[in-house]
Design a binder for this molecule. Sequence first.
Ligand code: SF4
Length: 423
Amino acid sequence: MPKPPATGCGAAPVLKERGQREVFCGLTGIIWLHRKMQDAFFLVVGSRTCAHLLQSAAGVMIFAEPRFATAILEETDLAGLADAQDELDNQVAQLLARRPDIRQLFLVGSCPSEVIKLDLGRAAERLSAVHAPHVRVLNYSGSGIETTFTEGEDACLAAMVPALPEANAKSLLIAGALPDVVEDQMLGLLRAMGIEDVACLPARRADDLPAVGPDTVVALVQPFLGETLAALTRRGARHIEAPLPFGDEGTTAWLWAVAREMGVDANTFARVTEAPRARARRAIAAASGTLNGKSVFFFPDSQLEIPLARFLTRECGMDAVEVGAPFIHRAIVGPDLDLLPEGPTISEGQDVDKQLDRARAARPDLTVCGLGLANPLESEGLTTKWAIELVFTPVHFYEQAGDLAGLFARPLRRKEKLRLEAA
Ligand code: SF4
């Protein structure tokens, strides 16, 4: 198992900032959630801005009828709130009549004041009563006032928890949306250790919703699921604390925490993980030559920053200058913080101008940040990595460990190539 450094960042002071922030809103999560939940539909109740965000974030979907849309509310729709509720009911009725494949419908709130006045929770209850049992209607907020972009997934999964069936036996639940191919790899490893009965939240289909109860143990594959974990805990589930499954170390520590909980012995664990671990180490080594000795600065964006800084410093030889996260859920990222060697500034929240000053002063070799900051920083000669790519790309578990290192190495290689060409 990974050895913690003599002094990790678990007890390091946290620089808390509450100023202007530069992140996408929680609607962005719909882009990966609608792919994961194959019979779900996301109806954003929002403005034209929300529709544009979704359209540009998702690209033009020409291959299938999309499974998200925006019900655009204008001021005039709210001349009477009763009219707005009727309008929403009509839109939902038309959608469900046209799309009998939809089994779960999420009404997603946004930040225009017209939408905030609407009680989407009551609307979801009313519509559920009308369209049950074929369709379950739930609601959550993806508003930019309340959520940063990965919190949209957290809000969505947390909204599902009260509707999950009751488990009355020991069960293992993995929470967090993974691409199907990565989820299958994870399930294959657990199965090879003898852990057959594993449920995932979100499930791919409404009929496979996981059960949860006092004998459920839950492992998270994403660090941004604080509300979901709280909701599962309220249902009696117990959290398996572990580093997040990024890189060889994180994956091994995560799997071992789950395996130990499920009674797997050390020999079986070593036999199952030996070959994929070796592959992961080789793949990381191939990419990390570029990263070794370089410095990295994380702006707060996805909440993946702390586990990724742990991976980059311990497995790829990078030096972290600052690791900023929008929120630090110690119950979730505590094990990663303990493994992260002391040195970087750990910051929570954002005051973007002050943080930009710190980045400019440090001149890191690589800056991980949102799209809005990347271009200005590039124009100042800093090399950047878009944080959002880390959420859209398969990066978890052993087989993706080399790709994960490669995602950080690529901008540095490109920069070096341009420098050589210019010389
Ligand atoms: Fe913009 Fe708010 Fe809509 Fe997000 S929810 S796109 S921040 S208006």
